[in-house]
Write a protein that binds this ligand. Structure first.
Ligand code: AMP
Ligand code: ZN
Length: 469
């Protein structure tokens, strides 16, 4: 399998450190608010990577942190600490906020068929480990104390800008919310490993340390959580492209300084989901969450399907029109699967293998999910038995995870309608016509009649489903 590697800036043949096993690390969410669907684009594409590696026969160990303590990198960070801001907004403690939004994040993941990583570690549970690694970095001469904080000394490295398309110019734009000067730093690129004195002094969560009572910086969390759970050699590190600099650059700096050797071979970065107006944000414009999409009547799986239709290394523009197009394509796809359900017949092993190869060729080429979906359309068009088609659909969907067969069964059950009495069928037809003419008052009246006969009427993205109550 070829994967684009931000470190080498090329599509490289993926070779894990240990044959048959892949260690994978994912930067988890900062749990001060709901995830927006942009954040979730990254997690969907990382999920596809994990599932495809497993499908290809690897045993994958995936680790993720939860950033529940601060989100700070130095006194140069602008604005308020996000966790504290969240706690103040909702009149809760930081830990209550963290618990609530961690649960909300995994609930969203479940709706999007994003598998929970094998190991999930909240940063607050690893304080001793952070202190141990920061102490070692001081001992090795890679860190210094200034103004009460411990900083990583980037001038000690042979090369700091490892993803070499970033340079000092990017510093001003690469960080999350912008930078101010931090006068304690020896070098502009130095960053905080441990805070004891900071302009962000009103932290709720602080711990004792050899350098005084304080709290860890953001970058050290991911390095420590990964090294502890994935060992000294990491195969794949994932994240959104905004994390490449400075977060991942700093993770590499401190991990390799600590280990004394190369840490991670492959860096997998997902490009951003943007709105038509530009950058997606939790504070400006419409706050696009999975729940909002559901409120508007979209099945979250349609959003997953929308993401899979584009390559993860291209920016993607979200609009309701684009999502509607994805929903229409998804519904058509599902409708094509309905006639395959329950078909008897022969399994054509040769056709199965050759059509499966189209899918794996696409996915082996830097996870080309949109071509993977094209391979699925090719299956449905192919002149092979229904049984073979359905087996291929199920096989591809074990990676794509867009619930194709379940949706087809639901559609079949809903449109079967054969067991509905004639008068209900007639009312349903009349209601459909009224809705088409936008005569919603009549449509509501007809719905009430159907309900009065003891039937439920549910509008789904796949059409109207009428069932006996
Ligand atoms: P955060 O909760 O801010 O730590 O972000 C969680 C993940 O979402 C990180 O991997 C970010 O790089 C990623 N991310 C942030 N914004 C976007 C976006 N608009 N599109 C895709 N991924 C994003
Ligand atoms: Zn991280």
């Amino acid at each position: 399998m070829k994967l684009y590697n931000t470190l080498t800036r090329s599509k490289d043949e993926f070779v894990p450190n240990e044959a048959g096993r892949v260690s994978m690390y994912t930067c988890g969410p900062t749990v001060y608010h709901y995830a927006h669907i942009g954040n979730l684009r990254s997690y969907i594409m990382e999920d596809i990577l994990e599932r495809y590696l497993a499908y290809s026969g690897y045993e994958v160990n995936r680790v993720m942190n939860i950033t529940d303590v601060g989100h700070l990198t130095s006194d140069g960070d602008e604005g308020d600490d996000k966790m504290l801001k969240g706690a103040k907004r909702e009149h809760k403690t930081v830990m209550e906020i963290a618990k609530f939004y961690t649960d909300a994040f995994f609930a969203d993941c479940e709706k999007l068929n994003i598998k929970k990583p094998n190991t999930v570690v909240p940063a607050t549970s690893y304080i001793d480990e952070f202190i141990r690694v920061v102490s070692a970095l001081i001992e090795k001469g890679y860190a210094y104390e200034a103004g009460g904080n411990i900083y990583f000394d980037t001038s000690k490295l042979e090369k700091y800008y490892v993803f070499n398309d970033f340079d000092e110019e990017d510093l001003a734009v690469g960080v999350r919310e912008g930078v101010e000067a931090d006068s304690n730093k020896k070098n502009k690129t130095d960053f905080v490993l441990w805070f004891t004195k900071s302009k962000f002094d009103d932290q709720e969560l602080k711990w004792d340390s050899p350098w005084g009572v304080g709290y860890p910086g953001w970058h050290i969390e991911c390095s420590c959580i990964s090294m502890k759970n994935n060992g000294e050699y990491l195969d794949i590190h994932c994240g959104g492209i905004d994390n490449a600099f400075p977060h991942h650059t700093n993770e590499i700096a401190q991990s390799e300084a600590y280990l004394g050797h190369k840490w991670c071979n492959n860096w997998f970065h997902v490009h951003h989901l943007n709105t038509e107006g530009g950058k997606m944000s939790k504070s400006k414009g419409e706050f696009l969450t999975v729940s909002l999409l559901e409120q508007k009547g979209y099945d979250p799986i349609v959003y997953r399907f929308f993401c899979l239709n584009s390559h993860y290394r291209k920016g993607l523009v979200f609009s309701y029109d684009n999502l509607d197009n994805a929903a229409a394509a998804y519904n058509k796809l599902v409708a094509k699967i309905v006639p395959l359900l329950g078909c008897e017949g022969e399994m054509d092993e040769a056709a199965f293998a050759s059509l499966k190869k189209n899918f794996t060729d696409a996915m082996d080429n830097d996870l080309n999910t949109s071509l993977g979906i094209t391979a699925l359309y090719d299956v449905l068009k192919a002149d092979i038995s229904a049984k073979t088609k359905l087996a291929l659909v199920e096989d591809f969907d074990s990676v794509l995870k867009v619930n194709l067969v379940a949706a087809a069964k639901k559609l079949q059950a809903g449109s079967a309608g054969d067991d509905l009495p004639e008068e209900i069928k007639t009312l349903a037809e009349q209601r459909k016509a009224a809705r088409k003419e936008k005569n919603f008052a009549l449509a509501d009246e007809l719905r009430d009649k159907i309900v009065a006969f003891g039937y439920s009427v549910e509008e789904t993205r796949q059409g109207t489903v009428i069932k006996k109550i």
